[in-house]
Design a binder for this molecule. Sequence first.
Ligand SMILES: Cc1cc2nc3c(=O)[nH]c(=O)nc-3n(C[C@H](O)[C@H](O)[C@H](O)COP(=O)(O)O)c2cc1C
Length: 193
Amino acid sequence: MSEPEVRTSEDTPEEKGINGSHILVVYFSRTGEQYTVGAIDKGNTAIVAEMIAEQTGADLFEVIPADDHYPMTYDALTDVAKREQNEKARPAYVGSLPDLSQYDTVFIGAPVWWGDWPMILYTVFENNDFSGKKLIPFSTHEGSGLAGFDRKLASACPDSEVLDGLAVRGNDAQNRQEQVRDSVNGWLAELGY
Ligand SMILES: Cc1cc2nc3c(=O)[nH]c(=O)nc-3n(C[C@H](O)[C@H](O)[C@H](O)COP(=O)(O)O)c2cc1C
């Protein structure tokens, strides 16, 4: 099992948060066989998360399942994900988020699974106090767009301010990275980051 890794902007001191804020990017993403893109070494959402961090100088936290029972083949993974959704599971993740008092903005991204956040994200929402923070959702998907990530995040974290999210096609994240980088940077600029 891999240890969670918090990569800080101190590693890249030239990339401080542009508007002086402290920004964290939290994401969940799978490698292995993914819909329309075949077997991938880096998950679609991971690619977008890293683009956000590069542009804003944010710190990155990857949500890694504590018990990584997720199959590496697409069909088997959809079955497990559906079961977790039906059971309202709260899968555990490795380690803990960095001290949230350092951050005023948290980008939170994941693949759309069955029209919703993967259940492990609900574990993150419930185990952490995001009150008073700006939360900015992003998804990768193959047709569902943001799939209500913003509304569901606001409902899970009612004392936070949820800003406009971004939805990226997973296939584009793998295969059209310059185009995706442009839309990520345009979205960040609109948000003021
Ligand atoms: C279990 C599972 C369920 C999925 N459900 C949806 C869905 O409801 N809507 C959609 O547009 N894409 C769905 N997809 C496609 C993923 O959202 C898409 O491939 C995503 O980019 C994967 O991101 P990742 O590589 O970061 O894990 C699903 C994929 C999996 C594995």
